[in-house]
Design a protein around this ligand. Structure first.
Ligand code: PMV
Length: 362
């Protein structure tokens, strides 16, 4: 049967990807590193069938316009998968994010990793993690790090065809079992400048970006070593300084890009206070104001209290380190009915934190 369902989760980088050397097939200027987390998953079902007259994509129960240029670019992996599998069948893709409403979390990493895994499985391909990472990369750079779990490094590669630009696990999820990610939702809505447009502008205009590129290879090595030793104090300093460095190049971009808001800055100061006597927390920010704080299990209550004490923090989510995508094998877990090819009525129950497929309720 040409149907597959996969759940994938986001990753939060500690050495950030910000800048491409190839915009079409998404090759980065430098390597990056992240942890794949175990919550905020995206479930995606892909089905190929001669019943379908055209490709169709449903995200969070809304039909997505596949003729939109940016969407079409993000979905370029679909045609590559069809070509490799030797099929011309049209696809139906149904995807839902298990994120709290209006969380402002980027879903591109989990979404495009889930798509690479589900579409290739549905097409009958049995790809390696490296091949899946390369496919996911074509949709969104950071997605290439979500096809595997634990502490992950995206090797920038040097080849023009991108065949050596992929992510792999450096340390598995159970390497540092005490590590947690505490994420604070600070603002709603879509980001002002997309990461795609923003990083292009930084590479083109920022003077500081040259200094960033010069320091990244050493940082990648130091971070690998700190995580290997589970040296939280060193890891935390590297992580926070790296986030600051990326945001400095954003501000140095012309016209300037500012993703951090006043609340993000309050979090930065509050983490500084928390760390006054002992390093307990490490903040990192992506292309948006939400704060992601790495900490150890024993310090989670204190970090949560600190965040909840800041006026304007809307929600706090605690995650562990995750193992990467999961293939759901049960027929009833597909978001598409394999017999009819129809989308099954489904929704995300935020309270219970699970996906409900309406047919199950009967
Ligand atoms: O994959 P994109 O295009 O959404 O870029 C993500 C870039 C950052 O989140 C800011 C950094 C990173 O490495 O995840």
């Amino acid at each position: 049967m040409r149907i597959a369902t996969v759940e994938a989760t986001p990753n939060i980088a500690v050495v950030k990807y910000w800048g491409k050397r190839d915009n079409k097939i998404i090759l980065p200027m430098e390597g990056s590193q992240s942890f794949t987390i175990d919550s905020l998953k995206t479930r995606t079902t892909v089905m190929f069938s001669d019943k379908f007259k055209e490709d169709e994509f449903w995200l969070n129960n809304k039909k997505v316009d596949l003729t939109d240029k940016e969407i079409a670019e993000r979905m370029q992996q679909l045609n590559i998968i069809r070509e490799r599998a030797g099929i011309t069948l049209k696809a139906k893709i149904v995807s839902i994010n298990c994120f709290p409403t209006a969380a402002g979390f980027a879903s591109s990493a989990s979404g495009l990793a889930a798509l690479a895994c589900a579409a290739s499985r549905a097409a009958g391909l049995n790809l390696s993690a490296k091949e899946l990472s390369i496919l996911a990369r074509l949709g969104s750079g950071s997605a290439c790090r979500s096809v595997v779990g634990g502490f992950v490094e995206w090797h920038k590669g040097t080849k023009e065809d991108g065949s050596d630009s992929f992510a792999e696990t450096i340390y598995p999820a159970n390497h540092w079992p005490e590590l947690r990610l505490v994420s604070a939702v600070l603002a709603e809505g879509k980001k002002k400048v997309s990461s795609r447009a923003g990083m292009k502008q930084t590479v083109a205009t920022s003077v500081l970006y040259t200094a960033r590129l010069a320091y990244l290879p050493t940082l990648l090595k130091e971070m690998r070593e700190a995580v290997g030793r589970k040296d939280f104090a060193k890891f935390a300093e590297l992580t926070m300084r790296e986030s600051n460095n990326m945001h400095a190049t954003m501000l140095d971009t012309w016209p300037p890009i500012m993703y951090l808001n006043d609340l993000s800055k309050q979090v930065i100061y509050a983490v500084g206070e928390l760390n006054a006597n002992e390093i307990k927390a490490a903040y990192t920010f992506d292309a948006g104001p939400n704060a992601h704080i790495y900490t150890l299990e024993k310090n989670v209550p204190e970090v949560k209290r600190m965040l909840e004490g800041i006026n304007g923090v809307q929600k706090v989510i605690v995650s562990k380190i995750g193992n990467g995508p999961v293939y759901l094998e049960q027929e009833r877990e597909h978001l598409i009915d394999p017999k009819t090819g129809n989308v099954r009525e489904h929704y995300y129950d935020e309270k219970a934190n699970l996906i409900v497929i309406k047919e199950d309720e009967k």
